[in-house]
Design a protein around this ligand. Structure first.
Ligand SMILES: *[C@@H]1O[C@H](CO)[C@@H](O)[C@H](O)[C@H]1NC(C)=O
Ligand SMILES: *[C@@H]1O[C@H](CO)[C@@H](O)[C@H](O)[C@H]1NC(C)=O
Ligand SMILES: *[C@@H]1O[C@H](CO)[C@@H](O)[C@H](O)[C@H]1NC(C)=O
Ligand SMILES: *[C@@H]1O[C@H](CO)[C@@H](O)[C@H](O)[C@H]1NC(C)=O
Length: 178
């Protein structure tokens, strides 16, 4: 895994200058309406180049001190297929030590725009407020060798071993011609 990650870094730094990422779709859903309800889950385009994601989740069983997250990077090729990254991890443990380099990469994407950026427990609703694509482009494409195409990050969120919600974010990577 470490070696694969290094290859990502090398390829990524060669590609970063030329690629552009844009959100194309987002899908959120509650698997347990007594636990969580999505009040917001959308992408908004403010002009031709700038888009942001907003998410708002009402939580009904607080506090939360046990979170398991599964996430998988997907690439579209006759349907979405798994693409290199597939992890299941203890969210509270990650937030305490932030050691895993690839999980950290994903975390840094939303860290500045969400209130799920502190250690457990959680005793409030979840908000992702104006997560802009532009910031992701610079951090993310540096590390992951993504050629042109359609991608998605699928994620499942569980607490106490019960799946509560999923969130799938779709995006497109294109070469910039300028
Ligand atoms: C698009 O909107 C963003 C955010 O408001 C702004 O920074 C950017 O300059 C706008 N771009 C164009 C081409 O209007
Ligand atoms: C999320 O859960 C669904 C249903 O249990 C499963 O089919 C899917 O593979 C899971 N996705 C991830 C990213 O773990
Ligand atoms: C956490 O997110 C909030 C916005 O929701 C932001 O103001 C704050 O700086 C972030 N904290 C960290 C440690 O990134
Ligand atoms: C989270 O809950 C599950 C199911 O109750 C349990 O197996 C797991 O050990 C818990 N994790 C932590 C870090 O407490």
């Amino acid at each position: 895994m470490r070696r694969l990650f290094n290859v990502f870094i090398i390829m990524g730094s060669l590609m970063a200058i030329h690629t552009h990422m844009t959100f194309t779709n987002i899908k959120c859903g509650s698997k347990d309406p007594t636990f969580a309800i999505f009040k917001k889950c959308f992408i908004k385009a403010v002009n031709r180049t700038h888009k942001y994601v907003d998410v708002y989740v009402n939580l009904y069983k607080l506090p939360i001190d046990n979170i398991t997250i599964s996430f998988r990077l997907m690439r579209h090729d006759h349907g979405y297929k798994p693409f290199f990254i597939d992890y299941t991890f203890d969210g509270c443990k990650f937030l305490r030590n932030q050691k895993h380099p690839i999980i950290k990469l994903f975390y840094k994407i939303y860290q500045g725009s969400s209130n799920i950026n502190h250690t457990c427990p959680y005793d409030h609703d979840i908000i992702v407020d104006h997560l802009w694509t532009g910031n992701i482009e610079s951090d993310f494409l540096k590390y992951i060798p993504m050629i042109n195409g359609d991608y998605a990050v699928y994620s499942n969120w569980s607490t106490d071993n019960i799946m509560r919600a999923y969130l799938n974010l779709y995006f497109r990577v294109t070469e910039r011609h300028s």
